[in-house]
Write a protein that binds this ligand. Sequence first.
Ligand SMILES: C[S@@+](CC[C@H](N)C(=O)[O-])C[C@H]1O[C@@H](n2cnc3c(N)ncnc32)[C@H](O)[C@@H]1O
Length: 250
Amino acid sequence: MPGRVRDTVHHPLFARLFTRLSAAAEERGQAEHRRENLAGLSGRVIEVGAGHGLNFKAYPGSVREVLAVEPEGYLRSLAEEAAKQAPVKIRVVDGVADRLPADSDSFDAAVASLVMCSVPDQDAAFAEVGRVLRPGGELRFYEHVVSERARLARMQRALDRLGIWPLVAGGCHASRDTRAAIERSGLEIESCRSFRFRRGLPELITAPKILGVARRGQPRRSGRDEAPRRQSTPAPSSSSEAATISAMQL
Ligand SMILES: C[S@@+](CC[C@H](N)C(=O)[O-])C[C@H]1O[C@@H](n2cnc3c(N)ncnc32)[C@H](O)[C@@H]1O
């Protein structure tokens, strides 16, 4: 519900189901998407809605530390265990996307994977991401979004409107236009590719996926002092990728 921050997330059944089903999705190619999403990151990173820590092992050694925010108790306890095995320093904390437990301008990068479908207010969540990123910092996103195909989009909207998908999938929405929400937030999208990943039942509904980079702008400087913009894109996708339906480099 826009405008209201919920401090807790309690989806014990979904949390257990998700940890079981996600193992198969990782094997079907999702682990590769995660690696692509995190490739080349460095410095201090905040991960929003980290779940049970499936991204953790994919953080490159150039990352100094990760603050992993996860509001669901069962998932957070598993994430704390996963953090102990991670190749980089990871601190797991309670908190929600709409009110991140972090100082402004304090992170080089933020990571959102398969989470902005579940937050109650996307605009508030991306505003928070923009707040905690330093100027020039980047958001790496990997999310499922509303389909560009009319029939599937109609079904996704109906599942959301009737509350069916949010009920079975722990508050997830199938029909969100997350790319538009990033653009509304003022973060500038540098790259965004959209692709289908339909190897399992949940992916029939949660398609397509988008994966890319958005950046918080640098403060404006006048005239010849203007700093050149840094470019950053994730590593190219792997050959194990499900059929790519479009690729855009902006
Ligand atoms: C489908 S899981 C994805 C978990 C993880 N990001 C991943 O990539 O595996 C969705 C996650 O969003 C989290 N979530 C739900 N509402 C949230 C909120 N308001 N703020 C932050 N995380 C939230 C859930 O607890 C869950 O961990």
